[in-house]
Design a binder for this molecule. Structure first.
Ligand code: 8YV
Length: 313
């Protein structure tokens, strides 16, 4: 039985599947990590983790027999890829199977913010309907949807936003040649924000995109603009976002991800024009099952045939 180090608690059903075939150690529960590594470190051949727990250089370098890092989720920004490459460790993720659900979450947030769904739900529950008129929402149709990061998830967001009658613009490092001609390419992030009423973030996290959405981008989105983030909290300057929302320089935000999850700035929690979700972009029964299946196919693929299904390029 190959030995694996699990960095944080993964889905119980997935852990049960792993434990039927591997000996799995729970890293987060190990009190004396040095003693554990001295005892089991040389036997561990795989790290199992997620886009949340990742794998640090320190852990990678403390496992001399490490062959593979198998991750649950498409984003692998908290995995030290440089260390993995340097040590010849293969890294896998779960792309493709969650695009539709993450896009659905983006649309749910767009609708919730622009039509004030959560705010009006609170209005009804507080018994305010009898004495007051509910606030007006804004229509999505006819407004401009800017997508920062038009990859597989961004494409699903674009299709859905189009179905709501929105005009689509996007920014990637390079324009894509395979998109409908009426999708407008913007040369940089600020230009995209200026060309958007709703700016949706669906790009990878990591050093290359850290705080890409800063005070200047938020300013360009403007006082009628809405920011939607289903990618990583690290992409947004959270202080600048809070400041703009507080001062009415941005109309609203729908956020599934945050800089220091599960911490969410108290200022955001007090704002009616903001909808907050606990990083559930891909969290449906169907998609979690598909992610778990792909995760296991990668894990078994590596340890049985050295051929994982979806290694990170
Ligand atoms: C997961 C995600 O919830 O796929 C990703 O990158 O952020 C989510 O689908 C996460 O990886 C699990 O912690």
């Amino acid at each position: 039985m190959a030995e694996l180090l699990m960095m944080g608690p993964l889905l119980p059903a997935l852990v049960a599947r792993m434990k039927a075939r591997y000996r799995v150690h729970h890293w987060w529960e190990v009190a004396d990590k040095a003693a554990f590594l001295a005892d089991r470190g040389a036997a561990i051949r795989g790290i199992v983790t997620s886009g949340r727990f990742g794998a640090t250089r320190e852990v990678i370098e403390s496992l001399p027999a490490l062959e593979a890092i198998v991750s649950f989720g498409v984003g692998y920004d908290p995995i030290d890829m440089e260390a993995a490459r340097a040590h010849g460790v293969v890294v896998t993720n779960t792309p493709g199977v969650l695009d539709e659900c993450v896009a659905d979450t983006a649309l749910a947030l767009m609708l919730a913010v622009s039509r004030r769904v959560c705010e009006l739900d609170r209005f009804v529950r507080a018994g305010r309907w009898r004495g007051e008129s509910p606030a007006l929402g804004r229509k999505l149709g006819g407004r401009r949807c800017g997508i920062l990061g038009l990859g597989n998830i961004g494409w699903q967001i674009a299709r859905r936003a189009e179905a709501f009658g929105m005009d689509i613009a996007y920014h990637n490092r390079r324009p894509r040649q395979d998109l409908p001609l009426h999708y407008r390419y913007c040369e940089d992030v600020t230009a995209l924000a200026r060309a958007s009423d709703v700016l949706v973030l669906s790009l990878p996290g990591g050093a290359g995109t850290r705080r890409l959405v800063d005070a200047r981008v938020i300013e360009a989105l403007g006082p009628d603009g809405i920011l939607i983030n289903v990618s990583r909290g690290s992409v947004v300057d959270e202080d600048a976002l809070v400041c703009a929302l507080r001062e009415g320089r941005l109309a609203g935000a729908g956020l599934d991800v945050f800089e220091n999850e599960p911490e969410v700035p108290a200022a955001l929690q007090g704002m009616d024009q903001v909808v907050l979700l606990p990083h559930v972009g891909s969290s449906t029964v169907e998609t979690r099952q598909a992610m778990a299946d792909l995760f296991m196919a990668n894990l078994d693929g590596w340890f049985e045939t050295r051929r994982p299904l979806t290694p990170v390029a």
